[in-house]
Unconditional design. Structure first.
Lengths: 112, 109
């Protein structure tokens, strides 16, 4: 089992470019979520999904879109990258929000 | 949203010394989870506390949930260099998680 995978590991974007961060899990978890991690600010929830076809906003959703067409995949789209979106992005999955969360290895994104 | 305050932000200890990190909330928490993140790594789940006054132990790690369910602590006895990393608490309200800002632990050999 691969667990939770994220691609790419690193990415550099120019301001205004768009891209999609991929997250996939083979644990058959219903709950998936995206976080960004910035120095001194812990992990902040961007978007989450409680199952295929259902998504909702977290604490810091502006500038990001998500979709959940399958149980396995939960891509995060940056519509028009800004330097403020420079961060490390983690995808996490769990049986549900009240259960332990399994994190992917992360994507380090730099926007210039 | 919910806010979980975590202190201290940084802690340097000599190997063999004890270490404690605290999480505090102004509201009653339904549960609290603890995670560890090694430098350059991703958060890894350690434990979940649910009951008022609950105490759980994992080898040298002791986790407590306050009687009023508004605070929690993680205590490491006799730290080792393998304990290096950032420790986060996280509280779950409805479908959302709120993480503390983390305590970065450095262990000096």
């Amino acid at each position: 089992n691969a667990g939770v995978t994220q691609t790419p590991k690193f990415q550099v974007l120019k301001t205004g470019q768009s891209m999609t961060l991929q997250c996939a899990q083979d644990m058959n978890h219903e709950y998936m979520s995206w976080y960004r991690q910035d120095p001194g600010m812990g992990l902040r929830l961007i978007h989450y999904s409680v199952g295929a076809g259902i998504t909702d906003q977290g604490e810091v959703p502006n500038g990001y879109n998500v979709s959940r067409s399958t149980t396995e995949d939960f891509p995060l789209r940056l519509l028009s990258a800004a330097p403020s979106q420079t961060s490390v992005y983690f995808c996490a999955t769990g049986k549900g929000p009240g259960y332990e969360q399994y994190f992917g290895p992360g994507t380090r994104l730099t926007v210039t | 949203g919910q806010q979980v305050m975590q202190i201290p932000q940084y802690q340097h200890v000599q190997e063999g010394e004890d270490f404690t990190t605290y999480c505090n909330s102004s509201t009653t928490l339904s549960n609290i989870q603890w995670y560890k993140q090694r430098p350059g790594g991703h958060p890894v789940f350690l434990i979940q506390l649910v009951k008022s006054g609950e105490v759980k132990k994992q080898k040298r790690l002791t986790f407590q949930f306050g009687e009023a369910k508004k605070n929690s602590s993680l205590h490491i006895t006799a730290t080792q260099t393998t304990d290096v990393g950032t420790y986060f608490c996280a509280e779950n309200t409805g479908n959302q998680f709120y993480f503390g800002t983390g305590t970065s632990l450095t262990v000096i050999p």
